[in-house]
Ligand binder design. Structure first.
Ligand SMILES: [Zn+2]
Length: 342
């Protein structure tokens, strides 16, 4: 039985590799699984499903995938990849609960489920994409150990859940079973709290942390996520991090920008609150709508605005649109239009 399951897993992984090569899917950014499902002519629905994570069904020429509105985008994305696996592997139908989508270390004992699960892991988190992301994070390609915060950041970049990312790293022999066991003991909410310095106001929000180690790049949050910019500074020197982009007017809740500035504070290092203390400027942004936004701060003396800044911090934000638009349920937007046409 074990070898039959192993064979099914290899078949699923091979099918995933074949699929992203055949479609020439770029592996330098996270996989847009919802778009891929739609472009394959599969109906994509979001519905409250109780204990069901997702379902796949083929009916003659038509095929459909239903995902649970209750779940976070990262879980929905993995479930979508799993259901898409059933489609690519030629299965007729599947109704998947936690046992199929987030099984224990042993995995499922059904060959079809093991194959779909291996497909999902390989298709959503292909090895070249993981290697590239590790490299961008300044980490070794076979790190042996990773901190919970590093795995969390990797999961944000891949668009997968924290636990699915750990399982994939173990599957690729990039993490040992022991290291994975320790990482699984850490709860994502605690990691988010550590990053934000407080519990996120909305516990479902992902927490993006940009500090002085951030290499210029793109972050791809969902609407509702928090972006924390934490940069070291010594206010007594007169140098401050000044927000240049977006302009402050655009950051009001009523403004047109896609991010809102929720908090800005100087946090001294250690206990000393005295003037001149070293510490960090901490800005908290909330993503309020999908779209593209540059984030730019310069370190300068505010009264010397015309001099070249001491340092510049830059990041690009590409906030993802949810497939169903604002409603968060029903058919994906492009497919609603298809229905109207036909
Ligand atoms: Zn399944």
């Amino acid at each position: 039985v074990a070898s039959a399951l192993e064979g099914a897993r290899r078949k699923g992984a091979r099918a995933a590799q074949h699929e992203y090569l055949r479609r020439a899917i770029p592996l330098d950014r996270r996989i847009d699984i919802f778009r891929i499902v739609q472009e394959s002519g599969i109906w994509l629905m979001f519905q409250p499903l109780g204990g069901l994570f997702g379902a796949y069904q083929r009916l003659g020429e038509a095929a459909g995938i239903v995902l649970n509105t209750k779940h976070l985008p990262a879980v929905q994305r993995f479930t979508a990849a799993h259901e898409f696996g059933h489609h690519v592997l030629g299965h007729e139908r599947s109704f998947d609960t936690e046992d199929e989508i987030e099984p224990g270390p042993g995995g499922s004992d059904s060959e079809d489920e093991a194959a779909a699960q291996a497909f999902a892991a390989d298709f959503l988190m292909p090895l070249p994409l993981i290697n590239r992301t590790l490299k961008d994070m300044g980490l070794a390609l076979s790190p042996a150990t990773l901190s919970a915060d590093q795995v969390y950041q990797l999961s944000l970049d891949l668009g997968a859940s924290y636990s699915a990312t750990i399982s994939r790293l173990v599957g690729l022999n990039k993490l040992s079973f022991n290291a994975a066991g320790d990482l699984r003991k850490q709860r994502p909410i605690a990691i988010k709290e550590e990053r934000a310095g407080r519990r996120p106001d909305w516990t479902r929000a992902q927490v993006w942390l940009l500090n002085e180690k951030w290499q210029e790049g793109v972050l791809r949050p969902w609407v509702g996520d928090e972006i924390h910019v934490v940069l070291p500074g010594t206010p007594s020197s007169g140098y401050l991090w000044v927000l240049k982009e977006p302009e402050r007017d655009a950051l009001e809740p009523a403004g047109q920008g896609l991010i809102v500035l929720e908090k800005e504070a100087f946090e001294p290092t250690g206990q000393q609150e005295m003037f001149g203390a070293e510490g960090a400027q901490h800005l908290v942004f909330r993503v309020t709508k999908p779209g593209f936004q540059s984030l730019r701060l310069t370190k300068q003396r505010p009264w010397q605005a015309d001099l070249a800044p001491l340092a510049t911090f830059e990041a690009k934000v590409e906030a993802e649109a949810f497939p169903t638009g604002d409603s968060r349920r029903g058919l994906s937007e492009p497919q609603k239009e298809l229905l109207l046409v036909s």
